[in-house]
Write a protein that binds this ligand. Structure first.
Ligand SMILES: CC(=O)SCCNC(=O)CCNC(=O)[C@H](O)C(C)(C)COP(=O)(O)OP(=O)(O)OC[C@H]1O[C@@H](n2cnc3c(N)ncnc32)[C@H](O)[C@@H]1OP(=O)(O)O
Ligand SMILES: N[C@@H](CCO)C(=O)O
Length: 346
C-alpha cells in the first residue's frame, strides 16, 4: 500500500465473469464500477432477484458488449463492502479492520486489480471501461501498465480529483465521522447504533451532485411530497427523494467502506510521481475513447476534454446528452453502449 505504513497481509477480491475466455486470452473486458457499485454488472432476474444489474442492459449475449464474443470480468473494488476486503472485513485477529484499515489510493486499488488479472492469466485486456471512480481506476491502469490495456473507455471521469470534488467528498466524510455512532470507525457492524444517519446524509450530499439542477427542477420543482404538506411541517418532494436515496444506501453499504473509498477518490491523481498529468496521460497507448455527460456538474466536461487531449491515442471526445447529470453514465446505457461497441470493433 502506497500511503499507509502497514501493507494489508492479504486481500480477497470478489469478482464475476460472463462469457468464455478465448484460448488466445485476447477477448477479456474489464468493467470497473463506481463508488458504491459492485460486481453485479449483470444481475439475476426472476423471483427474489428483481435487479437486472447496474449495467445489465450493456452486457450479455447479443448486447453492446456481446458475451458470445467477449469475456467480461467485473471485480468489486478494494476497500469496498460487497465481497472484496474492506474496513468491515476481518483482520488477522478476527475483529473487523475498522480504524486499522489502511488509507488506500486509486493506485493501490489498481494494484489489487492487476494481481487479479495475473491470477486469471490475462496479460492484456481487450478493453477496460470505467465510469466515475471506475474511470479513475481505468486511466490509472492505462498509465501504470500501458501494454496490458489494448482499448480504454473513460466515462464521466477525471485525470485527477479536483478541489471541488475533494470538497464535496470532504463534507460527506465529515457527515459520517461526526456521527456519534461512528466511534472512530470501530463501531459494531452487527449492532445498532452504527453511523447510519451520517451515511444517509453523506449519500444525500453525493446524490445532489449526481443529478442536474434542471432535472430536479423539472421532476420536483417546489412541490410537496405526495401525502405531505410543507405548510404543515411536511417535506418537499425533493427532500423525500433524497431521504429515500440516503436510506437506501445506508441499508446496503458500510460506512467505513464509504469513507475509505471516498478518501481513495480524493487521492486520485494519475500524474502523481509521474511528472504531472500531461506526462502520465502521454504514457497511455490504448486505443481510447473519452466520453462526458453534458449536464454533469460533478465531473464537468472540462475534465473529459483534458483526458481526451492528453492521451495521444484518443479519438475525438464524445459528449453524451442527458438530463440526468453525472448519473447519466448509469442511465444512458444505449448511448454508452454505442460508444463501447464502436471501440470494440476498432
Ligand atoms: C457503477 C455504479 O455506480 S453502481 C451503483 C448504482 N446505483 C446506485 O448508485 C444506487 C442509487 N441510485 C441511483 O443513483 C439512481 O437511482 C440510478 C442512477 C441507479 C437510477 O436513476 P433513476 O432511474 O433516474 O432513478 P431515480 O433517481 O429516479 O430514483 C428512483 C428511486 O427514487 C424513488 N423516488 C422518486 N421520487 C421520490 C420521492 N418524491 N420520494 C421518495 N422516493 C422517491 C423511487 O421510488 C425509486 O425508488 P427505488 O430506487 O427504491 O425503486
Ligand atoms: N451512483 C453512483 C455515482 C458515483 O459515480 C455510485 O453510487 O456509484
Amino acid at each position: 500500500m502506497e500511503w499507509s505504513a502497514e501493507p494489508l497481509p492479504e486481500v480477497r477480491i470478489a469478482y464475476e465473469t460472463w462469457g468464455e475466455l478465448s484460448p488466445a486470452r485476447d477477448n477479456a473486458v474489464l468493467i470497473l464500477h463506481a463508488l458504491t457499485g459492485d460486481s453485479h454488472v449483470v444481475g439475476e432476474t426472476g423471483p427474489g432477484h428483481p435487479s437486472p444489474g447496474w449495467w445489465g442492459t450493456l452486457v450479455g449475449p447479443g448486447g453492446w458488449i456481446d458475451t458470445n464474443r467477449w469475456f467480461v470480468v467485473a471485480p468489486n473494488i478494494l476497500g469496498g463492502c460487497q465481497g472484496t476486503t474492506g474496513p468491515g472485513a476481518a483482520a488477522p485477529d478476527g475483529r473487523p479492520w475498522g480504524s486499522r484499515f489502511p488509507q488506500l489510493t486509486t493506485r493501490d486499488q489498481v494494484a489489487a486489480e492487476i494481481a487479479l488479472a495475473d491470477r486469471l492469466g490475462i496479460d492484456q485486456w481487450a478493453l477496460i471501461v470505467g465510469g466515475s471512480a471506475g474511470g479513475m481506476r481505468a486511466v490509472e491502469w492505462a498509465a501504470t501498465v500501458p501494454d496490458r490495456v489494448s482499448r480504454l473507455m473513460l466515462l464521466a471521469t477525471t485525470a485527477a480529483a479536483s478541489a471541488d470534488q475533494i470538497a464535496w467528498c470532504h463534507a460527506q466524510i465529515r457527515a459520517i465521522t461526526s456521527d456519534p455512532g461512528w466511534v472512530g470507525g470501530d463501531y459494531e457492524r452487527s449492532r445498532e447504533p452504527d453511523p447510519v444517519a451520517g451515511l444517509e446524509v453523506a449519500r444525500q450530499i453525493a446524490h445532489i451532485t449526481y443529478r442536474s439542477a434542471d432535472e430536479l427542477a423539472v421532476r420536483f420543482g417546489r412541490g410537496d411530497q405526495v401525502g405531505e404538506s410543507v405548510a404543515d411541517g411536511g417535506r418537499y418532494a425533493v427532500q423525500s427523494y433524497l431521504d429515500h436515496h440516503g436510506r437506501k444506501l445506508a441499508r446496503r453499504f458500510d460506512a467505513g467502506s464509504y469513507v475509505t473509498l471516498t478518501q481513495a477518490m480524493n487521492s486520485h491523481d494519475v500524474g502523481r510521481d509521474r511528472g504531472g498529468v500531461e506526462a502520465a496521460l502521454g504514457r497511455v497507448t490504448a486505443r481510447t475513447i473519452v466520453a462526458g455527460i453534458d449536464s454533469d456538474r460533478l465531473y464537468p466536461l472540462e475534465q473529459s476534454v483534458q483526458l481526451a487531449a492528453g492521451i495521444p491515442t484518443c479519438g475525438p471526445l464524445r459528449v453524451i446528452s442527458s438530463a440526468h447529470g453525472h448519473d447519466g453514465f448509469l442511465i444512458e446505457v444505449d448511448a454508452v453502449g454505442r460508444i463501447v461497441a464502436e471501440l470494440l470493433s476498432s
